[in-house]
Write a protein that binds this ligand. Structure first.
Ligand code: BGC
Length: 405
């Protein structure tokens, strides 16, 4: 494992209306709810604890990263990375409407300072799937005030530590928030209604734009974008038109809404078939623990598709595999990075790659079963143990950083 990680020389060059690190960003990613533990004041916590919940198990203490975050950052730095993506928990920062928790802000500020001290450019996501209970109870993404509230939250974040942020993601996978929450009924608020799905997608784009503008107002001068879940879709049994309608909601309208942003975060894992009745989970051939195909080709496919729709720089803000077999993870990452190299050689403007995830963590409705981490976490005492894939990833990144690729 590389312990002498290169120092924090993230050179800054102007890009459009914000500033972009000139070094390619190599990182891993996590999200607050999935690793911190104890985020009781959220719609997700309530959803998991209902007796009839479809969630496999409650999140509980997750990886206890609320207390062990320094160890997490040490691990990320020890892999020779130069960036770390993590999210802020809105419900901790603003536990009740208009009430700001200064200790929570201090906690995240300390994390940002510690990232920079370790040579990790802090890439901060403001919303990663969870809502504070006061927002959920007021209608969540269907509340007439949601755009105002998210924009005010972004202003609070920038004021607290904007000068330390290297890059900000407003909303993580708004299309998954809408699809799982309002179409598949598998995330809170467990709705299945096409029209509400379409309306929430539109609202999420408005939230994103309002948050972007709030963050651009400073303090700080960092690139701002959203992250989008993308996949390689294939129509079967004559479902071409149905797939086009679905993709328009899931990807196309989001992609064209990014043209005034500083970047787009592309998050890709797999491919899906789409039939007359909608998305077909699973498929033939090798599958991952998520039950969908082993498909590292999705990296090249989704980056090229994104670049065809938007002129802004792209960052792979998530890519990885849920598996119990660490050799399978290495095989996946090896191929994924080869696809990344290939699209960059072809001139697609990609500025970073973040492996999902640093730790084995809480995989939403599936609980702790799928293992995405480079690092295993003992579920009884939270001891972290780097897997062979961590050393493999460190070497792959170091080789590319040395060649300045
Ligand atoms: C999400 C993560 C999730 C990962 C793996 C992405 O959709 O942003 O929170 O853990 O995929 O399923």
């Amino acid at each position: 494992m590389r312990r002498d990680a290169p120092a924090a020389t993230v050179e800054i060059v102007p890009h459009s209306n914000a500033r972009f690190p000139s070094n390619f960003l190599w990182g891993t990613a996590t999200a607050a709810y999935q690793v911190e533990g104890g985020n009781t004041n959220t719609d997700w916590w309530r959803f998991e604890h209902r007796p009839e919940s479809i969630a496999a198990e409650p999140c509980g203490d997750a990886c206890d990263s609320w207390h062990r975050w320094e160890e997490d950052l040490d691990l990320a730095a020890s892999f020779g990375l130069n960036a770390y993506r993590f999210s802020l928990e809105w419900s901790r920062i603003e536990p009740r409407h208009g009430e700001i928790d200064l200790e929570a802000l201090e906690h995240y500020r300390n994390m940002l300072v510690a990232c920079v001290a370790r040579g990790l450019a802090p890439v901060v996501t403001l919303h990663h799937f969870t809502l504070p209970l006061w927002v959920a109870d007021a209608g969540g993404f269907e509340s007439p005030d949601i755009v105002t509230w998210m924009s005010a939250y972004a202003t609070t974040v920038a004021a607290a530590f904007g000068e330390l942020i290297a890059m900000a993601c407003t909303i993580n996978e708004p299309n998954i928030v809408a699809a799982m929450g309002y179409l598949a009924a598998m995330f809170p608020p467990e709705v299945s209604d096409w029209d509400r799905f379409v309306a929430v997608n539109e609202t999420l784009r408005q939230c994103h734009h309002a948050m972007r503008d709030a963050l651009h107002a400073g303090p700080g001068d960092f690139p701002v974008g959203m992250t989008l879940s993308m996949a390689q879709y294939e129509a079967v049994d004559g479902a071409e038109a149905a797939l086009a309608t679905y993709l328009e909601q899931m990807e196309d309208r989001y992609l064209v809404a990014t043209t005034e942003d500083d970047f787009l975060g592309v998050q890709c894992y797999t491919k899906h078939q789409f039939g007359p009745d909608g998305l077909i989970w699973g498929g033939e051939g090798e599958l991952t623990a998520m039950g969908y195909p082993f498909w590292p080709e999705s990296v090249a496919y989704t980056l090229r598709r994104a670049a065809a729709y938007t002129p802004v720089p792209l960052v792979v803000t998530e890519n990885g595999i849920g598996t119990d077999d660490d050799d399978q993870r290495i095989r996946y990452l090896d191929q994924a990075l080869a696809h990344l190299d290939e699209v960059r050689r072809d001139g697609v403007d990609v500025r970073g790659y973040f492996q999902w995830s640093l730790l084995d963590n809480f995989e939403w409705v599936l609980g702790y079963a799928p293992k995405f981490g480079l690092v295993a976490v003992d579920r009884t005492n939270f001891t972290r143990t780097a897997k062979p894939s961590a050393a493999w990833f460190a070497a792959a990144v170091t080789e590319r950083r040395e060649k300045r690729r």
